[in-house]
Design a protein around this ligand. Structure first.
Ligand code: NAD
Length: 434
C-alpha cells in the first residue's frame, strides 16, 4: 500500500513511521518546511522514545520519505490520512476543523485513481461527511471513499501503542474502503488485534467517548483524593481497593494535579459542545471539565499551605513541566497554570524538566530560571514541587536535595514518594489524598 500522511506531528509522524515499518510505502507531508527539512536530515522534531530509530531505519530502507508537496504525495497514494491538529476553537470550545477542511480541499485537487481519504485526527461526529462533501465539491469526478480511523496512541508510549493497540477502530460506509483499511492493518493480525468496523459517525464518537471516559476516571479519583485529605483516608489504597475490581480496573486511577495534555482538555470540551449542539447534553463530562480546571488552581493553594500559608518572597523549585513523562509536549500541561500562578503570588520559580524546557521557555513567564539538574533547581529554594513524574525524580538523593534546599518542604503532586521516607530525610511532605 502507498500511504500519504498529511500532517507530520505527534500522530502523523508516529503513524507514518509505523505504517512504513509494517512494510507500506509512506510519504509524510507537512506544510511546516522546517519540520520536513529536519526530518529529511534524520532529525526528529519531537521527543518520543524510539522514534528516531524507527524513522531513520525506515527512511534508509526507502519506505519512508518526507515532503512539503501535498499534491505529488496524494497523487500516488492508495490511502491519504489526515493527521492535522484539531485544537479548541477560540471563543466557543468546539473543535477547530479549519486545518482538516483545508487539508481536504488540497487533497481533493490532487486525487488520481481510487483513493481512500482517512481522518485520523480526532474530529467531531459528522466531520467525515463534511470531508466527503468538500472533496465531492472540489473534484466532482474523483474516485474516492472517506473513512474514519481515530488514533488512540499515548505520547511517551506511542510506537508500542500503534504497533500493539488494544483495538483499531475503522468507520467506513463502503466495502472498498474497508478492504483498503484491512490491507493497511493486516500486519496486526499477527497479534490478533481486534479491528472494529463501524459506520463513520460511530468511529468518530468512539474516540471522544474513550477520552472522556478516561478523563472522568482521573477526575473521579482526584475528587476521592480530596475526600481522603479531609477524612484521613489514603487515596492510593482506595485506588488499589477499587482498581483490583476488574469491572473498574487499576489504570487511570492515580490522583494528581488534574489532567492536561494535547488531547483530554480539548476533547472533553469538544464533546460537551457537540452534545449541547445535538440537544443531548452530557452533564457528567461538563462537570469533569469544570472540576479539572478548578483543580489546577487548587494545587497552587495546596503549595501555599505547604509553604506556611504564602509563597510571597519565597523560591519554589518545580520539577517536571511537561503534561506527562517521556514527552516534550507542553500543551495544556498543569505546569502552565501552576507556575504562572506561583509567580503571580510572589514566588521565584526555578524549574527543571528532562525534555520540556525548550518548549516551556516559549510558554512560561520569562522570570522562570531553568536549571540543568533537579538539584540545581533546588538550590536555595524554600520548597520543591514535583509536577510531572519523570523517572529521574523517583529516586532523588533526598539527603543531597535537602542540602540544596533552604527550606525542607516537598510537595509531591504525583504521589511518587513514600511519606515516611521523605520525612525521615528531614522534609515536611505534602502529597495528594494521603
Ligand atoms: N498527540 C496525541 O497524543 C494524539 C493522540 C491521538 C489523537 N490525536 C489527534 O491527532 C491529531 C493531530 O495531533 P498531533 O498531536 O499530531 O498534532 P501536531 O500539532 O503535533 O501536528 C499536526 C501537524 O499538521 C501539520 N499541518 C496542518 N495543516 C496541514 C496541511 N494542510 N498540510 C500539511 N500539514 C499540515 C502541522 O504543521 C503540524 O505539524 C489531533 O486531532 C489530535 O487530537 C493526538
Amino acid at each position: 500500500m502507498r500511504v500519504a500522511m498529511i500532517g507530520s506531528g505527534y500522530v502523523g509522524l508516529v503513524s507514518g513511521a509505523c505504517f512504513a515499518d509494517f512494510g507500506h510505502t509512506v510519504i509524510c507531508v507537512d506544510k511546516d518546511a522546517s519540520k520536513i527539512d529536519a526530518l529529511m536530515q534524520g532529525q526528529i522534531p519531537i521527543y518520543e522514545p524510539g522514534l528516531d530509530v524507527l524513522v531513520n531505519g525506515n527512511r534508509f530502507a526507502g519506505r519512508l520519505t518526507f515532503t512539503t508537496d501535498l499534491t505529488s504525495a496524494v497523487a500516488d497514494a492508495d490511502a491519504v490520512f489526515i493527521a492535522v491538529g484539531t485544537p479548541t476553537r477560540r471563543g466557543d470550545g468546539h473543535a477547530d476543523l479549519s486545518y482538516v477542511y483545508a487539508a481536504a480541499e488540497e487533497i481533493a485537487a490532487a486525487i488520481t485513481g481510487y483513493t481512500v481519504v482517512v481522518t485520523k485526527s480526532t474530529v467531531p461526529v459528522g466531520t467525515a461527511d463534511e470531508v466527503e462533501a468538500i472533496i465531492r465539491r472540489v473534484a466532482p469526478d474523483a474516485d474516492f471513499s472517506v473513512a474514519s480511523n481515530p488514533e488512540f496512541l499515548r505520547e511517551g508510549a506511542a510506537i508500542d501503542d500503534f504497533k500493539r493497540p488494544d483495538r483499531v477502530v475503522v468507520g467506513a460506509e463502503d466495502e472498498r474502503a474497508r478492504e483498503v483499511m484491512r490491507q493497511l492493518y493486516r500486519p496486526l493480525n499477527l497479534n490478533e488485534t481486534p479491528i472494529l468496523f463501524t459506520n463513520r459517525r460511530t468511529a468518530e464518537l468512539t474516540k471522544y467517548a474513550a477520552n472522556a471516559f478516561l478523563a472522568m476516571k482521573i477526575t473521579f479519583i482526584n475528587e476521592m483524593a480530596d475526600i481522603c485529605e479531609k477524612t484521613g483516608a489514603n487515596v492510593q489504597d482506595v485506588a488499589r481497593g477499587i482498581g483490583l475490581d476488574r469491572r473498574i480496573g487499576s489504570k487511570f486511577l492515580h490522583a494528581g494535579p488534574g489532567y492536561g495534555g494535547s488531547c483530554f482538555p480539548k476533547d472533553t470540551l469538544a464533546l460537551v459542545r457537540t452534545a449541547q449542539q445535538y440537544q443531548s447534553p452530557t452533564r457528567i463530562i461538563e462537570a469533569v471539565v469544570e472540576v479539572n480546571s478548578e483543580r489546577k488552581r487548587h494545587m497552587v493553594d495546596k503549595i501555599e499551605r505547604a509553604c506556611n500559608g504564602s509563597v510571597k518572597g519565597k523560591t519554589v523549585s518545580v520539577l517536571g513541566l511537561t503534561f506527562k513523562p517521556e514527552t516534550d509536549d507542553m500543551r495544556d500541561a498543569p505546569s502552565l497554570d501552576i507556575v504562572p500562578a506561583l509567580i503571580e503570588r510572589g514566588a521565584t520559580v526555578r524549574a527543571h524538566d528532562p525534555q520540556g524546557m525548550k518548549e516551556a521557555k516559549h510558554l512560561l513567564p520569562d522570570s522562570v530560571v531553568y536549571c540543568d539538574t533537579p538539584y540545581e533547581a533546588a538550590l536555595n529554594s524554600d520548597a520543591v514541587v514535583i509536577i510531572t513524574e519523570w523517572n529521574e525524580y523517583r529516586a532523588l538523593d533526598l539527603a543531597r536535595l535537602a542540602k540544596s534546599l533552604r527550606g525542607a518542604i516537598m510537595v509531591d503532586l504525583r504521589n511518587i514518594y513514600d511519606m515516611a521516607e521523605v520525612e525521615r530525610a528531614g522534609f515536611s511532605y505534602t502529597g495528594i489524598g494521603r
